[in-house]
Design a protein around this ligand. Sequence first.
Ligand SMILES: Cc1cc2nc3c(=O)[nH]c(=O)nc-3n(C[C@H](O)[C@H](O)[C@H](O)COP(=O)(O)OP(=O)(O)OC[C@H]3O[C@@H](n4cnc5c(N)ncnc54)[C@H](O)[C@@H]3O)c2cc1C
Length: 369
Amino acid sequence: MAERIIILGGGVIGLSTAFELRRRGFEVAILEIHSFGGQASGAAAGMLAPYSEIGEDPDDFFRLCLKSLRSFKKWQQDIKEVSQLPFEYTESGSLHCIYHEADLLSMETRQSWQKEFGVEARILEQSALKQLEPELSNEIIGAIHYPEESHVYAPDYVKSLEVACEKSGVELYDHLQEIKLHEWENSIRLTSKDGRVFEGDQLVISSGAWAKEYEDVFSLQFPIYPIRGQICAYQLEPARINHILYSSQGYLVAKENGTLVNGASEDIAGFETSVTEKGIRRLTNWNYHILPFLKQLRPFHQWAGLRPATQDGYPLIGRLQQANRVIFSAGHYRNGILLSPVTAEVVADMVSKQSTSIQMERFAPERFS
Ligand SMILES: Cc1cc2nc3c(=O)[nH]c(=O)nc-3n(C[C@H](O)[C@H](O)[C@H](O)COP(=O)(O)OP(=O)(O)OC[C@H]3O[C@@H](n4cnc5c(N)ncnc54)[C@H](O)[C@@H]3O)c2cc1C
């Protein structure tokens, strides 16, 4: 009989893992205290942009992101095929814009180490850049062009994942409000506030910014904390931008529905997901240095979400040595959408007790304990 896996948390990480485990033949139940995709995953800008995000030397985290980016095309096709619910996946490429001559050197350094990983990256001067994106500000002196970087429309991606899970036979339970873990040594047993009992053979904890609450249960340190991201969107008619526009102060992503998403500020506000004037002003005070026409426009929509940040910036993914039925998979911070396929693959390998081809030691969940 197939093993039964219980997953805690119905964000992009929990849903992706459920989808992958189910197609490998496991019985899967996913338990969510609120609604599926209702937290960070539904709030994300949806960029699949490791080359823009990771500027320092390559490490295992870069390799993890790279693998995920390169598996995304097939992954999103598989989800759409099962869910029959389309979502936007655009291979737009990105332009990482710079404003000062001095930044050129760091761009060249980046380009040279990225080349070793087969990354296509071209440094463009202003005139070439303007041919790709004529609306860019004259303040931008150049950019690095990454044709491979892409984006999804995150709320639709997560919805499609939820439907794919449902159609493939994952048991989905939402609005459980409170879940207690009673047994994890000889089997897995949890109860929800309304008295339902959930039993299984292995447990995956993927509760994002809330995962720290399991520190006391396992007497381990899981230093994960919420970093609020405030973000807004403009309605552009007609759509005028083709690439992800990335800068050190923020990014702009044009979606196929005509919106231009502008993200994202970072602040510490506990588990508060409200939007503040100051947070949005941080975006609107800068974005016209990328696209001058934004100075005349006002965002029509503003929202916020909680990124699950960790003490060292890396996610915590792995089996707990002292609770060997439990796999921890949280703390994906700024890149959880990007990392969803690779996380699902690695966690499914761990559940199956298969060795994984990916270097995961760096992400051991007990490394702080
Ligand atoms: C503004 C913003 C922009 C972003 N842009 C990008 C981007 O462009 N690209 C990218 O790759 N990433 C981006 N991110 C980051 C990305 O959204 C996160 O890394 C990712 O969503 C984390 O997924 P998750 O499933 O771990 O967490 P979440 O989506 O937060 O899901 C965790 C779930 O667990 C539930 N939960 C909590 N406690 C329990 C419990 N005890 N039991 C059961 N369920 C529980 C919660 O209700 C929640 O639904 C962005 C984030 C923000 C906020």
